[in-house]
Design a protein around this ligand. Sequence first.
Ligand code: ATP
Length: 349
Amino acid sequence: MAKRSTSPASKNPQDYVIATMGSHTALQILHGARQEGMRNIVVCKKGSERVYKSYGVADEIILVNDWSEWEETEKKLVERNAIIIPHGSFIAYMGHDRVRKMKAMYFGTKEILEWESDRSMERQWLEAADIKMPRVFATPEEITKPVIVKFHGAGGGFGYFIAKNSEQFYEVKNRKYPEQNDYALQEYIVGVPIYAHYFHSPLTQELEILSFDKRYESNADSIGRIRAEDQLAANIFTSYTIVGNIPVVVRESLLPEFFAMGERVVETSKKMCGGKGLFGSFCLECIVTRKLEIFVFEISARIVAGTNPFIMGSPYSWLKYQEPMSTGRRIAREIKLAIEAGRLQDVLG
Ligand code: ATP
């Protein structure tokens, strides 16, 4: 297999490999690479390779004892001309600094990482894109309506809780999280959570909506199974630990707004966030109210786990492609087309 030159020049997709970390959305990324006729590599922490073996989706499995061994692994990936597809777990395990300094080819814009991980920069970006967001209260004393308390760096909604005033806030925080002082107080929007999965092609500049999901969260999604009286008796606090994802099809009349929101976010990123702006897969994490207002509480600037139910595509991707098109496959297709057109640099960060 060809070694990577400083400027990737080969127009043959067979000279490259799609690589990702064994977790999160790796199954569909590996499967999607195969569907597009590209080879793949999955890097797994020892003990987590079982899944990738069992489903037979990986051409090569690189095992590591710990993510601190990344430098060695990265060398191997560079030798194989690998293009890394980052996902949520990859960014979480690697950390932004390591990702920024990576020498291996990387699908996506690295500059975006800083914007999506810093709550105030994220807000600046989304507000500039005219996106409706929940109000934020600077201190617990300013809370005037129910808030969702989000600890920074809490993986998958772990530890989030609801408070309707500062007394309630301090009661829970001091009792359960006395050491944690890095949190955001976000207005709690009453509505249904909807996660919109987009793909923006840097090759054609087209924005696609590939699918939507909602999350299956413990225990927020189980509290309704017991009557209110029992909830009070059991002294249950709502939590949002993500366990899985459920496909959603939205009211068709909401689609124009979802498209417009995605387009504004992409356009604004080109002006504000540096680099090539936002491209590839991304997700707007929304709450839709009974008045059909769409609030965005977070953006994920990469493939999200909510795309996992759609390994064989969604109703939307079926309309667009008339063949099974997961987000993983859509990424591989963009890379393949970019390679063939001699435009690989356009999809690398
Ligand atoms: P990830 O980073 O994986 O997206 P997270 O840890 O940032 O997850 P969030 O997605 O921010 O967690 O939130 C967890 C859950 O909390 C959401 O699925 C949603 O149900 C609920 N939620 C978050 N923000 C709000 C809000 N402002 N109003 C109402 N519900 C909210």
